[in-house]
Ligand binder design. Structure first.
Ligand code: SF4
Length: 208
């Protein structure tokens, strides 16, 4: 795979991407990322507007009842688990990290509800530390292109970490996600509109 060309072509379409989850602080992005599991960003932004009006930071979130959080975040789905994780993460940030969202993969993944993907979103989007989040769009696109042959997010992350310069990791992940949403849909990819069609293994197989 010509990774440089892949990046450049997507960059020509989407440019420097901004994280679609609305936030004013690392804690708010942490909360929004937790809520975004199996929920669209637009819905998350509607819910966080209400949630952050009541609890904009870790001390305020930790002070809320789990049931109260669950009621507010219900539209995002999985509200039982997400509300416990939100309150638990806020409490852990106070108890273990001095009230400050930590800035390392090792520490971030100690927080309930935060895995490598979410930690990489935090690192890249609020701490300016290179991170390559692998979500369902990233996985699908890179496999269809033939750039990777794996469903394992950690393996995909390692491959990209070697192939692409660190300064590009965060935007590269955004570019793939944006393209997955706009063109390379899970159900029916619109290959005839795709800027990557001549370098895509899936498209070549389809046209044989
Ligand atoms: S050519 Fe089709 S399958 Fe390949 S990346 Fe583009 S939309 Fe996806």
């Amino acid at each position: 795979m010509d990774w440089q060309q892949l990046y450049d072509r997507l960059y020509a379409v989407y440019g420097d991407c901004v994280c679609p989850l609305v936030h004013d602080s690392p804690f708010q992005l942490l909360a929004a990322v937790m809520l975004s599991a199996q929920c669209r960003d637009e819905r998350v932004n509607q819910v966080t507007e209400k949630l952050f009006a009541l609890a904009p930071d870790a001390p305020a979130m930790a002070a809320l009842d789990v049931a109260q959080i669950a009621e507010i975040i219900k539209p995002c789905g999985l509200h039982g688990t997400k509300s416990k994780n939100l309150q638990g993460a806020a409490q852990m940030i106070l108890d273990r990290f001095g009230g400050v969202v930590p800035q390392t993969m090792e520490e971030l993944t100690q927080l309930p509800g935060i895995g490598r993907k979410s930690a990489n979103v935090l690192l890249g989007n609020v701490f300016d530390i290179p991170g390559f989040p692998v979500d369902t769009h990233v996985k699908r696109l890179l496999n269809r292109l033939g750039a990777v042959k794996s469903d394992d997010p950690e393996k995909i992350e390692r491959i990209v970490n070697k192939a692409v310069v660190p300064e590009r990791w965060t935007n590269f992940s955004h570019l793939l996600i944006f393209h997955g949403r706009a063109v390379c849909h899970a159900g029916k990819p619109e290959c005839d509109k795709c800027t990557l069609c001549d370098m895509c293994a899936f498209n070549k197989r389809k046209n044989k």
